[in-house]
Design a protein around this ligand. Sequence first.
Ligand code: 6PG
Length: 474
Amino acid sequence: MTPSDSNSAEIGLIGLGTMGASLALNIAEKGFPIAVFNRTTSKTDEFYANAGDLAERVVPTETLEQFVAAIKAPRAIILMVPAGDAVDQQIAALRPLLDKDDLIIDAGNANFHDTNKRAADAKEAGVPFIGIGVSGGEEGARHGPSIMGGGPKPAWDRVAHILEAISAKYEDTPCATWMGEGGAGHFVKAVHNGIEYADMQMIAEVYGIMRDGFGMDAAKVGEVFDTWNAGTLKSYLIEISAAVAKANDAKSGGPLLDIILDKAGQKGTGRWTVIEAQHLGAPITAIDAAVAARNLSSRLEERKAGEAIFGAAPKSLSTEALSTESLEMALIAGKIVCYAQGFQLLRTASENFDWSLPLPDVARVWREGCIIRSTMLNDMADALTENADQNLMFAPYFSQKLVETEGSLRRVVAAGALHGLPLPALSNALSYFDMMRTGRSTANMIQGQRDFFGAHSFERLDSEGSHHGPWKQG
Ligand code: 6PG
């Protein structure tokens, strides 16, 4: 196709970075002619030149005017530009060229507050806008991502056939679902990313036990992950962890993992999840710990200074004291707790923001395409379909699994504590589990303290109303 093929594209896409380019090819491959535009024209040319057979369904354009003219009205335009100001600038540049019923779709990793604001502005202006969370990295965008939509339902419905066609499929069911109004889709994506951080961190923690505790080499760790990937833990993240552990480095000739610097980066979505959870009073302790662990990992010099003062911890641990099977069980328990926290956050947000988030559908949409895809998510979808209001830890299937695995989680966390092997996400998951199975907590002491210094009052177990202690009498 050429720019002269005006009005021929079913949809348009702006932003041909890695994700945008992959998504555009995916859309073309599924049979939808697509107009593309990038601020730097050379990128558009390069994209078009490399589109192969799919080029016949691509309309490359050099100006926004050409781009808009190339799309059939009423138009649908996907933005795949960096989250933040770039999105607002792109919308501002585009809107004057559009008709009132032309739909803008922000497919970047937007902060849901920004999406809420953009949705409200669009509503006021009487123009359609939706925000979609897209997960699955480059590969997912190219061959089938998981898509979490938010905004006016009629606007979603206009493009649902395209989004469903390009999405991943779980046994023929498309992993593309409308989650609710405004920023609901981007919120669900943020929680996905928070869970992604915790899932990755817990895997890294058990890797630490195998490497520093058991003294296993990377290839052996990879083999252990491969075994786990045949069981309850079967997931994309375990699969890639095995591949990462087994990879060899051409330069050094040794395991690649051993020479990767131990400083983890982040783009911020995990942090957003934690901040929002605090605002909502929805504890996500494993996710919180995972975000903090990334921050701590970045403090490499400080960590080295700490090691110089305190010495490295006495890490060594025998496989007789702790088996790799206990690690697997501990990871299962930690994973259940972490997802239970994530779904509790979604539940709380849904109530607070009046979204009616379809929690079973959230689990369903995460079963394929996205980074946290796993077989366990199918069991979560079943449990949430049975009872969407219940903490996942209490669902019969998962409570049974926790009964079977919590002992291992406890042994692993205890061994980590005794041997100086840091397990922030797993130990926070264990504390959450223990707090959630404690009918009589220690918050009576907190209430007593609050009343003592601030006359905040407390409730009593044996009578109604609010009470004060005797402390002010003397
Ligand atoms: C996905 C990922 C992806 C993620 C980036 C950056 O679902 O495809 O979650 O969107 O945001 O890979 O993640 P970091 O915050 O780790 O940089």
